[in-house]
Design a protein around this ligand. Sequence first.
Ligand code: PEP
Length: 249
Amino acid sequence: TGAGKFFVGGNWKCNGTTESIKKLVEDLNSAQIEDDVDVVVAPPFLYISQVVGSLTDRIEVSAQNSWVGKGGAFTGEISADQLVDVGVKWVIQGHSERRHVIGESNSTVGKKSAYALSKGLGLIACVGELLEEREAGRTTDVVFEQLQAYADEISDWSKVVIAYEPVWAIGTGKVASPQQAQEVHSAIRSWLSDKISPEVSSATRIIYGGSVNGANSAELAKQEDIDGFLVGGASLKGPEFATICNAVT
Ligand code: PEP
């Protein structure tokens, strides 16, 4: 861990029911989470108000996506303005499932991010390479292109957390080794210093995502440039998620 307060996000993806989310919130409300960590959970849109209304203030709520601009005639979309209205504080953008399953481009991700920041939301800005890109030696090229697309639209980085999530590690049980993650995190830190500013580079949290669990989080958290985690599967289990939140202590 290096920059700022440790940050752990739980991405619930398209999982849960009214009942299962009630139970998960109860587990999170009773979990012992250390003070020196920022904790955020991202429920499906449909359950956001339920979670905002029942979750301890200790944990902030994020959306998993938001529309590129103000609302209007955009069937099926949710605007950042609406997220703010119901008490959401963060939004995830550029998750690999949105890029590679839903087909969002770098430029769309950048525009959505800028709009969300303009409405006061914090941004969890995801980047990460596919397995074939890693095997072709293109990991940093891909990650830097994704970062540049954010930078093209964003001027204030104070509410941005960067999530490095190698696509081959997401939901696969194949976690990046601490060295593999550290190598890319350090490259991202250098990129920020060169392309944005040394101040932004040292202040921006770079979190790792991809098969993080209660058993591997402590080792990853020891790496110099790993400032937290974005957790998918293991964030659906309250006690295990609390273990990950406390990985650094
Ligand atoms: C994610 O979706 O951001 C993620 C890291 O998923 P998992 O932890 O399940 O690999």
